[in-house]
Structure formats: structure tokens, C-alpha cells
Ligand binder design. Sequence first.
Ligand SMILES: N[C@@H](CCC(=O)N[C@@H](CS)C(=O)NCC(=O)O)C(=O)O
Length: 224
Amino acid sequence: MGLELYIGNKNYSSWSLRAWILLKHLNLSFTEHPVSVAGREYNPELKPISGNARVPCLHVEGFQIWESLAIAEYLAEQYPALWPENALARARARSISAEMHAGFMNLRKAMPMNLKLKLKGKPADPAVQRDINRISEIWTEARELFSNNSGPYLFGRFCIADAMFSPIVWRFHIYNVRLPPTASAYMEVMLNHEAMKEWHDAAIKETEAHAHYDSLAEEYGGSR
Ligand SMILES: N[C@@H](CCC(=O)N[C@@H](CS)C(=O)NCC(=O)O)C(=O)O
């Protein structure tokens, strides 16, 4: 049975990407089970495969682990290098991962992940711009204080914090969000990550579409 990962549509499911990219980064062999999602808070159809009726959900020999951050923590127990080695860097990586998991609702609502789109972008409203500024600050600070020239990711080596922000990279890309140089350079690195490209290539081949997601994205992001 081994590892099985239940994930949503690659085009839309930003939470699924977080768990999936970690398994890919670890080069683990796992079975992928795609399910259809539509931005619901709760989907009773998912209850048999996920305790919180949402994806992602990792099954380890049939045992369910839901919530992207809990999946990340489970993996980090087996592979401690998924968090930075230095205790303060590790604490910071945890702070920003938790901040991502719990927050940025304005941005998440206004800029749904939709990988089939590449929009011109529009000026963000103040609440969304505040989220963008905070994420830019988080990325810049991590790169400047914690990467120590040990790699191009937030804390040098790829870690859970990069996975947690990976869908934000796609959102900024899709909605053409302009960032200051350090944050923008980090975004480029992430866009060139092999697993990010693999996810994107699979997403754009998907045929299932949700009109409300698509129209919301265009309403916010302007023309193509
Ligand atoms: N906090 C959860 C969020 C998971 C979530 O909201 N998943 C969405 C898809 S991205 C879902 O499964 N929605 C059910 C549906 O739309 O049917 C996590 O970190 O895993």
C-alpha cells in the first residue's frame, strides 16, 4: 500500500500542490489519487478518504493524514532536512509556514490559483496589496537573513516553507504581480523548480473546468 496522496485538480487546488511538491522533492514513490474539487469548505464525498473532507490527504499504509501542514510535519519527522538545520532559522520557517497556512485570506480570495490563465493584472485593492507586501517582506527577509548563500530557496535548501508558498508563486505569476528584486528573483527560482513545472504541465492538460473560478480570476486579473 505504501504512500498514497489524494489531491484536487492540479489547475485549481493550491493546497494539494503543497503536499505533492514535498513528496516530489523527497523523491518518494507514491500513488496519486486525483479527486474533483470546487472550492468548497466541506465536501461530504471526500469524507471516506480524508477526515476533514478536504484534500490533500496522505495515506500512510492506509492511515490518513490531512491538513497540508500536518502532512509536512509528518514527512519532516522522517526527513528532518525538510526544516532548516539552525534552530532560529527553523523557528522562522515554522512561523512563516503557519502564517501562510492560517492567513492571507484577502489574497487567496481575490487571486484563485488557475494555471490555465496568464493575465495582464490590475492594481490590487488595499487589503490584497497588504497581503502581497507581507509575503514579499517574508520572502525578502528569509533570503537575506537565512539563506546564507547555501541555495536559492528561502532558507537556502528547499524546505517546507518553500512548499507552503509554492501556490503563491503561481498566483503572483498568473496575476502578473510585480515584486521588489529579491522577492522577484526567488519567484523565478521557484517557477523553474522541476516539480513546479511538472505540476503546471499536468494542470494545463486537465479538461475539467469550473466556470465560477475562471470568471472570478479574469474579473480580478484583467484581460489575458
Ligand atoms: N487547510 C487545508 C485546506 C484544504 C482545502 O481547502 N482543500 C480544498 C481544495 S484546495 C478542498 O479539498 N475542497 C473541497 C472541495 O472543493 O470539494 C490544508 O491545509 O490542507
